[in-house]
Design a protein around this ligand. Structure first.
Ligand SMILES: C[C@](O)(CO)[C@H](O)COP(=O)(O)O
Length: 238
């Protein structure tokens, strides 16, 4: 079985809006529903779990009903950071009876333009190699700055990968990683891929992502999303 685990535990402070960014509407539909629709449409996804910001569970369930997201099976509580939210989600899946060999596609609630191809490739690469990370090559020149205002240090971009989601693992491997993180005192890794890298001993395989698989973090991202959806509504979801 293959399950989507959508991380929607954040309050979206960087957007500076009254409601969390994952619940903001674009094209008459909440961003998180656009995101869930990509998994709803995919024939190889059997269920969707959402790790949800406290207080928004009922809203989420009623939007899912309204937009016919029939694959939504579980809503789990969000954590105090991304790592804890993912941890809540995978332990929730385990308690719900999912097996160690089941695949879990961990995905940001605020990446609504996820294509069917990226989902398919995540499943295929994870089945083959065990650890699948969506990413794209870095095309910009990269500099390092200590204070955010000045710099004299260049970082070669040739080997750099900008990570996206989904990031896909077998449930048993995810649980083992989070157990090891607890033992080692790692509590706030930025993403599943950074946690795996920090722990070591896991070879992750890169699934080609897309510039359209944008993460909505700021008001500027929201404008880009609206523009993309206007030009080619849902085209990249096919
Ligand atoms: C997981 C992620 O999308 C990979 O690029 C990113 O790390 C999420 O970051 P956020 O700070 O939780 O938005």
């Amino acid at each position: 079985m293959n399950y989507a685990l959508i991380i929607a535990g954040g309050s979206g402070n960087r957007m500076g809006q009254d409601i969390p960014k994952q619940f903001m509407h674009v094209d008459n539909c909440p961003i998180i529903i656009h995101t869930m629709m990509a998994f709803q449409k995919h024939p190889d996804i059997q269920g969707i779990a959402v790790v949800c910001l406290a207080g928004w569970e009922t809203v989420l369930q009623s939007y899912a009903n309204q937009f016919c997201i029939t694959k939504l099976k579980w809503i789990f509580p969000g954590g105090s950071n991304g790592q804890e939210s993912i941890r809540n989600g995978i332990y929730g899946l385990k308690e719900a009876g999912c097996g160690d060999d089941d695949l879990v596609l961990v995905h940001d609630a605020v990446r609504p333009l996820l294509s069917q191809d990226i989902i398919s490739s995540n499943i295929a690469i994870c089945q083959k190699y065990g650890y699948a990370i969506t990413g794209i090559k870095c095309r910009e020149a990269i500099l390092e700055s200590e204070d955010g205002f000045t710099t004299n240090t260049s970082i070669p971009r040739d080997k750099l990968i900008r990570t996206q989601t989904p990031q896909t693992f077998r449930l048993g491997n995810l649980i083992a990683a989070h157990e090891e993180a607890k033992e080692k005192g790692i509590t706030n890794s930025v993403a599943s891929c950074t946690l795996m890298a920090e722990l070591g001993g896991r070879q992750m395989h890169i699934v080609p992502g897309s510039e359209k698989n944008i993460k909505i973090t700021t008001v500027e991202d929201l404008e880009i999303l609206k523009a993309l959806m206007k030009v080619q509504p849902e085209a990249w979801l096919k």
